[in-house]
Design a protein around this ligand. Structure first.
Ligand SMILES: NC(=O)c1ccc[n+]([C@@H]2O[C@H](COP(=O)([O-])OP(=O)(O)OC[C@H]3O[C@@H](n4cnc5c(N)ncnc54)[C@H](O)[C@@H]3O)[C@@H](O)[C@H]2O)c1
Length: 392
């Protein structure tokens, strides 16, 4: 009995574990190998918000939120025997699988990083799916944060799940083709296939939560004490676009948009992502729409220009004068892509978006202005650069 949160030391996993633990008396077991802390160090950067050690985090959760049902297991999910033992000992009712190497640019650095990312992400997911099946845990709900990035940028509106394909005069519903643009995204496309197989072949209940670019520094649970803060990365490899732009604004740099920047990307706030995953972890099996369900965990598609101008506007409330500059686009991409994406199932799950982009940016800037020194000390990390092992 209990709920397992993999990647429980990570940006999304940690606040999700706190919320789940707050809403249930069952045990909530965090699993992580702390690799994210090492990757960010490896690229010469640091989280803008200081990240407490695991013991301090758990002590703060007990003291501040009276959460006595949280525990932590350090281990590597690519090790099959570790995963089997974890599942046998804890017999979870649900697994929120948020452990992965989640950076596209990191996965693209070289062949070694591509191998590492693909081995890490795919092996971890297979170990969990087979581990549940082979340890007689076939009713356990396996929930994974895959990514909307696997959809790429198609010309048609993105469905929430399969797409209808017409060929040779016939039509059928097919799993959405994998059009992601990096070796990282490819892992999530293949994870989605493996999750489908785990449902078809083993009957495991699956929620494939295709998560959009997530923004925010905090949730009410993490904001309650400095030791509960989740990480916030702003470097080229691990800082997602809105986070990097906000850190650039605080460090006094203009926000740089490649080309027209009218292409829209899907976004979700950390608050909404945490709420969606929490509701799924605790959902009554009778209330699940199906035994294999895709959710597009996204609240809105926003153009890169709108991201930049919103940040510049909100930054002025903090006395920051932020210019938005356009540079020639080094990437081969459609600079006006509309990105229409269906999210009705996800919107129903969380009961509508809880935090707008503008209010998310306000929270981020309020937090980051307290950590300006950390950001400016690492401002050369906004751009791709030398890795600490010299391997880029
Ligand atoms: N942050 C986003 O914008 C975003 C967008 C779409 C999807 N996602 C997905 O959400 C999930 C969480 O992302 P995040 O931003 O919190 O990343 P994160 O790196 O902060 O968290 C992932 C955690 O997993 C751990 N981990 C990785 N490999 C492991 C292994 N083999 N064994 C044990 N632990 C391991 C890492 O140490 C890290 O703490 C990932 O699956 C990611 O792909 C994130």
């Amino acid at each position: 009995m209990g709920i397992l949160v993999t990647g429980g030391d990570g940006y999304i996993g940690w606040p999700t574990a706190l919320r789940i633990a707050d809403r249930t008396d069952d045990r909530v077991i965090l699993v992580d190998n702390l690799a994210r802390r090492d990757w960010v160090e490896e690229v010469g950067s640091v989280s803008a918000t200081p990240v407490a050690g695991v013991d301090d985090r758990l002590a703060a959760a007990r003291e501040v939120h009276d959460l006595h049902n949280l525990s932590f297991v350090e281990g590597d999910l690519t090790e099959r025997s570790f995963v089997d033992e974890l599942l046998r000992v804890h017999e979870p009712d649900a697994v929120v699988h948020a452990a992965a190497q989640p950076s596209a640019p990191y996965s693209q650095i070289n062949g070694e990083r591509a191998n590492y990312t693909q081995h890490n992400n795919l092996q971890a997911t297979r170990n969990l799916a087979f581990g549940l099946h082979e340890n007689d845990l076939g009713d356990t709900h396996l929930i994974e944060t895959t990514t909307t990035g696997i959809y790429g940028a198609p010309e048609f509106p993105i469905p929430e799940g399969g797409a209808t394909m017409e060929h040779g005069g016939e039509r059928d519903e097919v799993p959405f083709p994998n059009m992601g643009g990096s070796y990282y995204h490819a892992t999530k496309g293949l994870d989605a296939q493996n999750l489908r197989l785990a449902n078809q072949q083993f009957g495991l209940p699956i929620s494939d939560v295709r998560t959009a670019i997530t923004y925010g520094t905090e949730t009410p649970e993490t904001a309650a004490d400095d030791r509960l803060a989740t990480r916030f990365d702003f470097d080229y490899y691990f800082g997602t676009v809105a986070h990097r732009f906000c850190a650039q604004a605080v460090a006094g740099y203009p926000v740089t948009v490649y080309g027209k920047g009218e292409q829209r990307k899907p976004f979700v706030s950390l608050e909404d992502a945490v709420e969606g995953l929490t509701r799924l972890a605790l959902i009554d099996p009778d209330d699940r729409p199906d035994d294999h369900t895709v959710y597009n965990q996204v609240t809105r598609a926003i153009s890169i220009v709108e991201v930049a101008t919103t940040i510049a506007d909100v930054a002025s409330e903090f006395g920051l004068d932020v210019a938005v500059e356009h540079f020639e686009n080094p990437r081969d991409e459609d600079e006006t892509h509309k990105m229409e994406i269906d999210n009705s199932r996800y919107a129903e799950l969380i009961g509508g978006g809880r935090q707008s982009f503008e209010s998310g940016v306000r929270d981020i800037l309020a937090t980051l202005t307290d950590h300006e020194t950390t950001i400016t000390a690492h401002e050369d990390r906004f751009l791709p650069g030398v890795l600490t092992d010299g391997a880029d």
